[in-house]
Write a protein that binds this ligand. Structure first.
Ligand code: SAH
Length: 487
């Protein structure tokens, strides 16, 4: 993170804008909206700023602005005292300084002075000069959304702002205001923090926001009051629940909508090795994220321990998201966790995910079924608890998809040949499918081990065996630069 976003309370705090043109005026408007006491420095004022000065809304420091120099010695905070002489160029009385002149040298000098006096300074249109940058702002006071690209693309920031803007109801601020007024009352009524969160989530899904957006505040307050009264009769105990959620094959945008909703509500997230970091971003910021990674061929947490962890947290009243790579019910041991939950008599939900077979097939351009070429799909594994799997027999028109077992491709290929597969059968290995660095390696069955070794294939990788595998050569639309055709 290049910049830490903060929301500054500027009411009645002194701020300085150097430059009285139209650019400066835009910043002055923002500062005034935040309640700041604004001084504008510079020889000329725009019409708007002149009017503001005449109305006594801003101060004006006339003449060329010459910022002081504070050397290494600093003021130690906005009320501190430095050694540089106080005067019109003194920037120390200000919390925030904005350099908005068209003179790059002057802007740089203002930024240097601010830096040496430990003040925040923004240089308009030059992210590198100052020490703070201004975000694009969506204002639904008291809700504020700020978007920044770290100064790299203001156009992108504005575009994002537009997208977010269109998602947020206009009445959002009014709803936030109502929630703010009820906050203490609700806290007094629902002591437990988790419970209180759930109450507010319930409110968000209720009629209350719509009533507010429709301008019916009294109705909204009455509903809120009723929900609060009902809360205690309906929730005598804090109920936990387990949610087995498929996170998809890695890309954050391939999780389902439902999965994402539940993930963002969970208090605890138990996640697997194959769950992408970006997906975890959907979790609540205060959620406890616990890795229960099982790494191939390394000592790691055992399945019974994961079951126990899950059960204990649900029993303690937590909403636990058990987040699994791909689909929870496909080589995800979801069935075992469900069994443990049923035995423990605990409530749960299971949300499907895009399994590696589907994700990799789509992102590699391999049809799993195709008229005239493949009528059935077998999802199997190259590896079981007892070692190499008993792979499937050859059957015409069948696409075979093998999960796991990357290290055993040589043995697996031999087994498949013993089971009737032609040595020339097309195969494709998809490594880190759907991820930015996905690789696809196309070859034939007898050269599988060779290809895998030559290109140092690593887990996670998926093996496709069958006629349609070769479509990856011409139909691979994603990351085509990393398509390898092994001779
Ligand atoms: N439940 C998961 C599978 C877990 S088993 C699912 O439905 O996808 C783990 C195996 O899945 C890995 O060894 C690998 O064979 C496969 N896999 C998972 N994600 C993958 C990915 N992004 N690319 C290629 N293979 C993947």
């Amino acid at each position: 993170m290049q910049h830490l976003p903060l929301f500054a309370r500027l009411d009645k705090r002194r701020c300085l804008v150097v430059g009285g043109g139209d650019v400066g005026a835009r910043k002055v408007r923002l500062l005034l909206a935040a309640g700041a006491e604004v001084t504008v420095a510079g020889p000329a004022l725009s019409d708007e700023l002149r009017e503001l000065r005449n109305a006594g809304k801003i101060h004006h420091l006339d003449g060329e602005f010459v910022p002081g120099d504070y050397g290494d010695e600093t003021g130690g905070g906005p009320t501190g005292t430095g050694n540089a002489p106080a005067g019109p160029g003194d920037i120390r009385p200000y919390w925030l300084i904005i350099a908005a002149t068209s003179d790059r040298e002057l802007n740089a000098a203002v930024a240097r002075a601010a830096e040496s006096a430990n003040r925040f300074c923004n240089v308009v249109d030059d992210a590198d000069l100052g020490n703070v940058i201004m975000p694009a702002i969506i204002d639904r006071a008291p809700v504020t959304v700020a978007v920044s690209t770290g100064g790299s693309s203001p156009v992108l920031a504005r575009w994002l702002k537009g997208r977010i803007e269109s998602m947020l109801p206009m009445g959002l601020g009014a709803f936030a205001g109502l929630a703010g007024r009820w906050r203490t009352h609700v806290r007094d009524n629902i002591g437990d923090l988790d419970q209180r969160r759930r109450f507010w989530e319930r409110v968000l899904e209720s009629q209350v926001p719509e009533s507010v957006y429709a301008g019916r505040e009294a109705e909204a307050e009455a509903t809120l009051d009723r929900l609060l009264a009902e809360w205690h009769s309906r929730n005598p105990e804090k109920m936990g629940e387990a949610w087995l959620v498929g996170a998809g094959p890695g890309r954050a945008d391939l999780i389902t909508l439902r999965g994402r909703q539940l993930l963002s509500q969970a208090e605890i997230v138990l996640y697997d090795r194959l769950v992408g970091e970006e997906v975890l971003e959907f979790a609540r910021r205060d959620a406890e994220l616990i890795s229960v990674a099982k790494t191939p061929r390394k000592p790691s947490i055992k399945q019974p321990d994961i079951n126990t962890l899950l059960i204990n947290h649900v029993r303690a009243g937590k909403r636990v998201c058990r987040l699994k790579g791909g689909d929870p019910m496909i080589f995800g041991r979801g069935g075992e966790e469900v069994e443990a939950l049923v035995e423990a008599g605990l409530p749960f939900q299971v949300v499907p995910g895009v399994s590696a077979a589907q994700g990799c097939a789509c992102y590699a351009g391999i049809p799993l079924t195709l008229r005239g070429a493949a009528q059935s799909v077998v999802l199997t594994t190259g590896h079981t608890e007892r070692g190499i799997a008993e792979v499937a027999d050859f059957s015409p028109g069948q696409t075979l998809v093998l999960y796991m077992g990357v290290a055993k491709y040589a043995v697996l290929a031999e087994r498949l040949i013993q089971r009737g597969y032609d040595r020339q059968t097309p195969v494709a290995v998809v490594e880190r499918g759907t991820a930015r660095d996905q690789r696809v390696i196309c070859t034939i069955l007898e050269k599988l081990a060779d290809a895998s070794e030559a290109h140092a294939v690593e887990s996670p990788a998926l093996l496709f065996v069958g006629e349609t595998s070769q479509f990856a050569k011409d139909h691979g639309w994603f990351a085509p630069d990393r398509l390898i055709i092994h001779p």
